[in-house]
Design a protein around this ligand. Structure first.
Ligand SMILES: *Cc1c(COP(=O)(O)O)cnc(C)c1O
Length: 426
């Protein structure tokens, strides 16, 4: 594969025009949309309108006249289309961490009993998920059991109340088989709770088809909702009207404006709202979600996310092939090669004995190729992480990113002292 091949692929790309939906900085190849999505072109004007008109002029009337009040549900219905859920099953609210607290609490109340005292998860799950689970287990008398991904199925014993997993691993980009693991969990009598932080907007998800129980996901990664955007939460309808909301704020009340002294939870997913919603942030999130929904017409008969997934796999395949061809012997591929087992990112580790992953990432960033670094531990190597967002990335960008990587090794550029100083956010 060469630059001409990449340009040919771009010329044939049915999704090419979707790039115009974004404001991308000049001279940047952005391979970090899995951490913070880029700015939708529609967002600045929409945010300005919310501030100047809806807040500035409408003031409190805007809760009714500008549709503020049901924004979490309206956006939730849009997210539902991306995750294999139905309208009325999702709300956009709070952060991923807080939503995890809410759904894990509910799942433990439902599935836990005297014999089922275990929350099962993966050792390399995202830390906030493990921290929330750890403290909740401590508070509620459960035990958090962490195993490697390939040991999950055998660890699903009759002591497990909840299987809590992140669908696509934040470090490695490895993707679980949601349907098979959910089935295994149910066969063992456990509930299945999925974190979709690195999946929503990146890979096809079929929550109802997989028969999952609870799911949460992030608004600022592949949904392009802006820094700290509200997250989302889904519950299978078989639990509707039953599941618990531990943060029993007034927005999850059946009738918040009755101002009744006693809590009575709303019947459906609205129960998972807690307090007054961040309207400006929700407005920005809607612009982001809309950029992903704009790909839906290209799916044809293939269903949700098919076109984006096809391009994502083609981009990541091209990146892997070019790194292997042009930087031979330098990296090992941490991300699974099989399509069914990977999300929309590619992670590389330096080959045996190599060090300097952090400095290489910094040298790439100085060249305008923005990926990120995740430190290893005794079990995992340091990794270079590259997220591929098919909405705006071109095959030519993939070529250029690898060309910069080649250059970073020429003349030992990455060994310069300025690339070896750790910053607070990596
Ligand atoms: C990004 C991410 C989060 C982020 O949680 P916040 O509450 O938004 O900070 C949580 N879980 C996973 C798996 C993630 O990838």
């Amino acid at each position: 594969m060469n630059l001409d091949d990449c340009r040919r692929l771009d010329a044939q790309d049915p999704l090419a025009a979707l790039r115009d939906q974004f404001i991308l900085p000049e001279g940047v190849i952005y391979l970090d949309g899995n951490s913070l999505g880029v700015l939708p072109r529609a967002a600045p004007a929409r945010i300005a309108q919310v501030v100047a008109e809806e807040w500035g002029q409408g003031l409190i009337r805007s809760w009714n006249t500008a549709g503020w009040f049901d924004l979490p549900q309206r956006l939730g219905d849009k997210v539902a289309r991306l995750i294999g859920a139905a309208p009325g099953e999702v709300v956009c609210t709070d952060s991923t961490s807080i939503n995890l607290y809410k759904v894990l609490f509910a799942a433990l109340s439902q599935a836990g009993d005297d014999k089922r005292r275990v929350v099962l998860s993966e050792r390399s799950n995202f830390p906030t998920d493990l921290y929330i689970a750890e403290s909740m287990c401590r508070e509620r008398g459960f035990r958090l059991e962490l195993v490697e991904a390939d040991a999950l199925a055998s660890a699903l014993t009759d002591e497990v109340a909840v299987l809590m997993l992140t669908h696509v691993n934040y470090r490695t980009g490895a993707m679980h088989d949601m349907k098979a693991l959910t089935e295994r969990a149910h066969a063992a009598g456990a509930l299945a709770l999925w974190d979709l932080a690195h999946s929503a907007g990146a890979v096809p998800i079929a929550l109802n088809d997989c028969n999952a129980d609870y799911a949460i996901g992030c608004g600022y990664k592949y949904l392009n909702g802006g820094p700290g955007a509200p997250a989302f939460v889904w519950v299978h309808t078989r639990h509707a009207g039953q599941f618990e909301q531990p943060l029993s704020g007034w927005w999850g009340h059946a009738a918040p404006f009755e101002f009744n002294p006693h809590y009575r939870p709303a019947p459906g997913i609205a129960r998972y709202l807690c307090g007054t919603q961040p309207i400006v942030s929700l407005a920005a999130l809607e612009c982001g979600i809309d950029t992903v929904l704009a790909a839906a017409p290209f799916d044809g008969d293939h269903g949700s996310m098919a076109a984006l997934r096809a391009k994502s796999l083609a981009l990541t395949d091209a990146f892997i092939a070019l790194v292997e061809a042009r930087c031979p012997g330098r990296f090992s591929l941490v991300t699974p090669r099989a399509h069914a087992e990977r999300g929309s990112q590619v992670c590389l580790a330096l080959q045996e004995g190599g060090s300097g992953a952090y400095a290489i990432v910094q040298a790439l960033i100085a060249r305008g190729v923005i990926g990120d670094f995740r430190a290893g531990d005794s079990r995992m190597p340091d990794i270079l992480r590259f997220g591929f967002t098919p909405l705006y990335l071109r095959f030519e960008d993939v070529w250029n990113a690898v060309e910069h990587l080649v250059q970073v090794f020429a003349d030992d550029e990455w060994k310069r002292p300025e690339f070896n100083q750790k910053l607070a956010v990596t």
